[in-house]
Design a binder for this molecule. Structure first.
Ligand SMILES: Cc1cc2nc3c(=O)[nH]c(=O)nc-3n(C[C@H](O)[C@H](O)[C@H](O)COP(=O)(O)O)c2cc1C
Length: 305
């Protein structure tokens, strides 16, 4: 029997498969396909203080082995979340991670504060790819000072472990991870989508109404694996690694690169059952690799000399 358990910030996950934010709604929608409680954790879609309608359509375009989205953090705001969503999460028997977005530091901090009383939420994941309205729209992850202040403030307010979710387009992953750690992050999550665009040559226009979007799916996996490996070398914080996970082999790659848990996003949109099957397929693969547990695989990668 393979021991599938792992830990993020002292919290036990029954297995390392984590549903990625924005790709599985609030989790319970997937109960039509299977019992969503079997996942190690579920990351909810983005949450902001006020309702957001998001970007205009087209908001999604599909490529051969990837997709680009510009959903724009559409959600009905924190009040609706507390009143209508939290009650529906009560029967889910696994860790629930709230994904928090904001236009400034106070918005993130206020959401942490409001959600502290919600026992059903195990951890917070700060999406630091959001533009900071007080800094000409520069995203937090690309502004070391603002990033530090954001994490410092949230970690002081937060009653739950704070995961910082990083995008791939940052200038020096090691430095950014160190900033997250010294500011009080409990874990790192990476990667968010890769900034991208596609073009309709007949209209001479970008396909997405927002012009730019975020690339996800298989195509981004090699980028994500490298960043997870570099982040692992830079910190002892737990890491939720992911980006382009498509099968159990990919999960093992992220574990070997140093991830303590592995997020699955676009695969769930393509085929929710494929994400669910990963849990069993991973156990079979770990046995095939002659290991007894997930923790044995974590960080076992050896670079070529
Ligand atoms: C449609 C869509 C919506 C997403 N929404 C969010 C979000 O609200 N917050 C967030 O942190 N990441 C969001 N992401 C990023 C995913 O959580 C994940 O980090 C990224 O897609 C890479 O993983 P994947 O290749 O397995 O999809 C979204 C991704 C997609 C495809």
């Amino acid at each position: 029997m393979i021991d599938m358990k792992t830990k993020i910030a002292g919290i036990e996950l029954k297995n390392p498969i984590v549903l990625a934010s924005g790709t599985s709604g609030y989790g319970f929608e997937l109960n039509d396909f299977f019992d969503v409680s079997h996942f190690g954790a579920i990351t909810l879609k983005a949450l902001t203080i006020n309702p957001r309608v998001g970007n205009k359509p087209e908001r999604i375009t599909e490529l051969k082995n990837a997709m680009i989205n510009a959903i724009g953090l559409a959600n009905k705001g924190i009040k609706h979340f507390e009143e209508s969503i939290i009650p529906k999460l009560q029967n889910i028997d696994t860790n629930i991670i709230a994904n928090i977005a904001g236009g400034d530091i106070d918005e993130y901090a206020n959401i942490c504060d409001i959600l502290n009383k919600q026992e059903k939420i195990s951890m917070y994941e700060l999406n630091v790819s959001c533009p900071n309205v007080h800094s000409n729209g520069v995203v937090f992850a690309n502004d070391p000072d603002a990033l530090y202040k954001l994490i410092e403030k949230c970690s002081k307010i937060s009653a739950k472990p704070l995961i910082v979710k990083l995008p791939p387009d940052i200038f020096a992953i090691e430095k950014i991870v160190n900033i997250c750690e010294s500011a009080g992050a409990s874990a790192i999550s990476l990667i968010n989508t890769v900034p991208a665009m596609d073009i309709n040559i007949y209209k001479k226009k970008p396909i997405l109404a927002n012009n730019f979007g975020g690339l996800s799916g298989e195509a981004i996996k090699p980028i994500a694996l490298r960043l997870v490996y570099l982040a692992r070398k830079a910190t002892t914080l737990p890491i939720i690694g992911g980006g382009g996970v498509n099968n159990a082999e990919d999960v093992v790659k992220f574990l070997m690169a140093g991830a303590n848990a592995v997020s699955v996003g676009t695969l769930t949109l393509k085929d929710p059952n494929a994400s669910y099957k990963l849990i069993n397929e991973l156990a079979i693969l770990i046995e095939k690799l002659k290991a007894n547990s997930v923790t044995e695989i974590i960080g076992s990668l050896e670079l070529n000399q």
